[in-house]
Design a protein. Structure first.
Length: 388
């Protein structure tokens, strides 16, 4: 049986989309008769050793008094130490440069194939979490990303936009396999739209509070919506203290406290119920380099679609890879609160339109964007790497 080391600088399990993605990848690999060892950081609460979906899981301790970068470097060193003790893997699969560069540099020494799963690159994303980060540090990080990409034997990513960005860094697009994120029909299934008679419609956003998500556009659009229709905006997500404070300040400034509910992220198994209670779901992704240049594949969009809820999303390539405009969702001009409000009101004023879009979206998500399909594509990459 071929042995795989899968490393991720993400807490598993957790409410984050990264955790959902990792767990489904692991299931696909284990179901393909691969012996999988997963290495992740520990949050201080989970057991150091675990078994999850048929894979062995070792969690690396973290010192939370340290900075993010210090913890990332520590994780990378722990991965390298693990490889020194267990040098008989056939594939090492990594999701970040923090351990990925050392893994790629040592592939000949230990005799494994190196697979880089690129969901996001810190040279682009870190400035949104840490606005004061030094530009010279980001330059060094980008150099590390370039080296990791060029040394890897294979690369997978979730969108065509991401593949094209990687290719712009000097790599052949043929080395990059696009594997979109997915949904599990057993977790997310179509449910009837709630009646709007005698109740206030709910607009739902689920996801991180990261600056690239465009939540400020939703907040600015809400007064325009409320001028014509009473609604309640429900925001559910994980965010840093700075991001939560900024969101609260924006809500207070516009006097929206009575119309907005903000709550922390919930376990992934509770997401479907939240979507089922909503009338319209939002993906207001901002016009920025994280979404436009680097790319992504928003899991929330697929989960909204699979749950048969009408969707209003930013009109940008990463969204159009998943939905067909005016057939599966209404799209608005990115960073334009007036246009977002216009599309939300179009759905609020036309129940039949909401129903038609949501039914089409559910059929598309549950047939074309499943985790099972993503797993099959990933296993195909492994077979090519292993020469099977």
């Amino acid at each position: 049986m071929k042995r795989v080391l899968y490393t991720a600088f993400d807490i598993v399990p957790s409410p984050k989309g990264a955790s959902t993605h990792i767990l489904h990848n692991i299931r696909g690999l284990v179901n393909s008769q691969l012996d999988v060892q997963l290495l992740t950081p520990n949050d201080g609460l989970l057991p150091a050793q675990d078994t999850i979906d048929g894979a062995r899981l070792t969690r690396i301790p973290q010192d939370f008094s340290q900075t993010f970068l210090a913890r990332a470097v520590h994780f990378g060193k722990a991965v390298l130490a693990h490889l020194a003790l267990h040098p008989n893997y056939d594939v090492v699969h990594y999701r970040s440069i923090w351990d990925g560069l050392a893994v790629a540099q040592n592939k000949k020494r230990y005799g494994y194939k190196a697979l880089f799963e690129v969901n996001g690159l810190p040279s682009i994303e870190l400035k949104y979490h840490y606005p004061g980060i030094d530009s010279s540090l980001l330059t060094k990080i980008k150099e590390q990303e370039m080296a990791t990409l060029h040394l890897s034997d294979a690369i997978v990513c979730p969108s065509n936009v991401t593949r094209d960005y990687i290719a712009s860094l000097g790599l052949s697009p043929r080395r990059v396999t696009v594997i979109p994120n997915g949904v599990s029909p057993s977790d997310f299934c179509s449910s009837p739209l709630p009646s709007r008679a005698g109740r206030v419609p709910v607009l739902l956003y689920i996801g991180t509070l990261a600056d690239w998500q465009g939540l400020d556009v939703v907040i600015k659009a809400l007064p325009r919506i409320l001028e014509q229709q009473a609604v309640r905006l429900h925001i559910v997500g994980r965010g840093r203290s700075r991001q939560r404070k900024l969101l609260s300040k924006q809500i207070r400034k516009l006097g929206l406290e009575g119309s907005v509910i903000v709550q922390p992220a919930v376990p992934h198994h509770q997401v479907a119920a939240l979507i089922a209670e909503s009338d319209i779901c939002l993906a207001p992704l901002g016009l920025n380099d994280r979404n436009v240049t680097q790319g992504a594949c928003p899991i929330k969009v697929l989960e909204y679609m699979a749950s048969s809820r009408p969707l209003v999303a930013s009109n940008m390539p990463i969204v159009r890879e998943l939905v067909r405009e005016d057939q599966d969702a209404l799209l608005f001009s990115p960073n334009d609160p007036a246009d977002l409000a216009r599309q939300v009101l179009a759905l609020l004023n036309d129940y039949d339109l909401s129903k038609r879009l949501s039914e089409s979206a559910a059929e598309r998500a549950l047939t074309q964007f499943t985790w099972h399909a993503a797993q099959k594509k990933l296993v195909k990459v492994y077979k090519k790497l292993l020469g099977d």
